[in-house]
Design a protein around this ligand. Sequence first.
Ligand SMILES: CC(=O)SCCNC(=O)CCNC(=O)[C@H](O)C(C)(C)COP(=O)(O)OP(=O)(O)OC[C@H]1O[C@@H](n2cnc3c(N)ncnc32)[C@H](O)[C@@H]1OP(=O)(O)O
Ligand SMILES: CC(C)C(=O)C(=O)O
Ligand SMILES: [Mg+2]
Length: 556
Amino acid sequence: MSMLTDPSIKYRPFEPVDIPDRQWPSRTITEVPIWCSSDLRDGNQSLIEPMDPAKKLRFFQTLVQVGVKQIEVAFPSASQMDFDFVRTLIEDGHIPDDVTIQVLTQARGDLIERTFESLRGAKRAIVHVYNATAPSFRRIVFNQDKQGVVDIAVNAATLIRELAAKQPDTEWTFQYSPEIFTSTELEFAVQVCDAVLDVWKPTPDNKVILNLPATVEVATPNHYADQIEWFCRHVSRRDSVLVSLHTHNDRGTGVAATELGLLAGADRVEGCLFGNGERTGNVDLVTLALNLYTQGIHPQLDFSDIDAVRKVVEECNQLPVHPRHPYVGDLVHTAFSGSHQDAIRKGFVQQKPGTVWEVPYLPIDPADIGRSYEAVIRVNSQSGKGGITYLLETEYGISLPRRMQIEFSQVVQGETDRLGLEMTAKQIHELLDREYLQAASPYALIRHRLQEENGTSAVDVEVLVNGETQHWRGLGKGPLEALVAGLPTAVEIMDYHEHSIGSGTNAKAAAYIEIRVDGGRPLHGVGIDENLTTATFRALFSALNRAARQSGQQAA
Ligand SMILES: CC(=O)SCCNC(=O)CCNC(=O)[C@H](O)C(C)(C)COP(=O)(O)OP(=O)(O)OC[C@H]1O[C@@H](n2cnc3c(N)ncnc32)[C@H](O)[C@@H]1OP(=O)(O)O
Ligand SMILES: CC(C)C(=O)C(=O)O
Ligand SMILES: [Mg+2]
């Protein structure tokens, strides 16, 4: 078997919705929808190993902490475990006053009765009933015509209304899903929903939820938006209905479909944290929420410590979150490539606290969701000087001058090419140490003596040259000029920088020098010491040794 040369004999394109005056493309999202998590139901039913009660409770508590106010907690008629979980939530008082639990049932009498039993004693609950309405499901699953499928929904709605009336102490909300809404003829979806509304008789003060699932995502997101806008225009009692979206991600556009569905008039969104759920998953509530946040709208969900939420979700679902997952993936606030690192580093320097976020390549300030800046920049063979400089600065307080950044980035590049691996800040620092700070051959500075009189510096140095002790002496206007004057070779100082590392009694001086020896290629040296003069001398010796090594290599 292989891909068909003509897939049209097997797959049909979706039919466009006839809605030439569609309004949603000119709108923007300005309001936060009602969020409903289906992690403990849709998410749970799609796991290799469904959650045990302890995991479910931990997940529930995390959802509450994050601020989700409607939580679909179970399919209580499906298993004793789900039934018992609902009982535990109610009996052990785990449901805060501002949180409403939701449960799902098929549109079947026995299952609905069992569902109501599970909810006995709840302060508030959403009873969510579904049956598939699409033509293929009518034929294949139910073997019913349209009226037969309407009857399934109406009978279930009637029973739900009656059972709810028998438990008057609970504040009930009813929810109906025409499953496979996206593949259902729109007129028929409205017909079924209207029939259910006729039973439930909602009012603007006592709304019902009509949940319109992309049970399987079969079209582009604009098509879903057209369907939602068409539905909102045609359903009866629109002012007494909360239109809810429930998208899956089969084509990879669940987030887009949901956002466009909100533009098209929906009030509510069902989804799962980080997009768990059947097959390719439900829409990811975290991405939706943080997409709003980065438009300047607080989503009323708190992901200030997104990694802690991810940890709970990964442990409960026993599924990893992809490293490239929006906002939370390990790699999404990280830049490896040189030009990105350069721009990010400059952006961080220029970003002023309390102003509009403008750091290039980062759509969100990682700190807002508990990510640290240090994780932003990582170095591999694609990296340039920006990232290396940033890591040395942030982790070690070492600020390489610009021309040295270029030189050292080539040293790092050689190493990453050789290793074929990422380099950590520690490894980069070790390389700097090895290449520059420990460069002690052929010239090792043993000690120096500096005398200053009337603006003239006199320097005596004791140097080990290839194992033999030598003494050099020079005079100049400053210590560096004096030392250069005493060198046995002609050295031209091209550039010099210094700065302190740390402060107080632990402060050190860092000196960077760029020299040219005997008219050769300019090379840098680095010295770090408590004493600035010593740091400067070390920098010069570091550069001398590197130059000697280079000319030796060239000679060889
Ligand atoms: C898109 C979604 O995510 S929907 C939610 C799906 N989640 C689950 O199904 C998880 C929990 N489900 C279960 O454990 C089981 O399905 C149970 C316990 C609820 C029911 O099990 P069973 O009684 O064996 O029925 P099963 O689920 O196999 O469904 C088969 C029957 O129910 C009918 N049916 C299926 N869905 C529905 C529905 N939503 N409303 C009414 N009837 C339905 C089918 O037509 C079929 O009827 P038939 O036997 O007359 O042909
Ligand atoms: C039960 C329904 C809402 C569902 O999960 C779906 O259609 O995807
Ligand atoms: Mg679903």
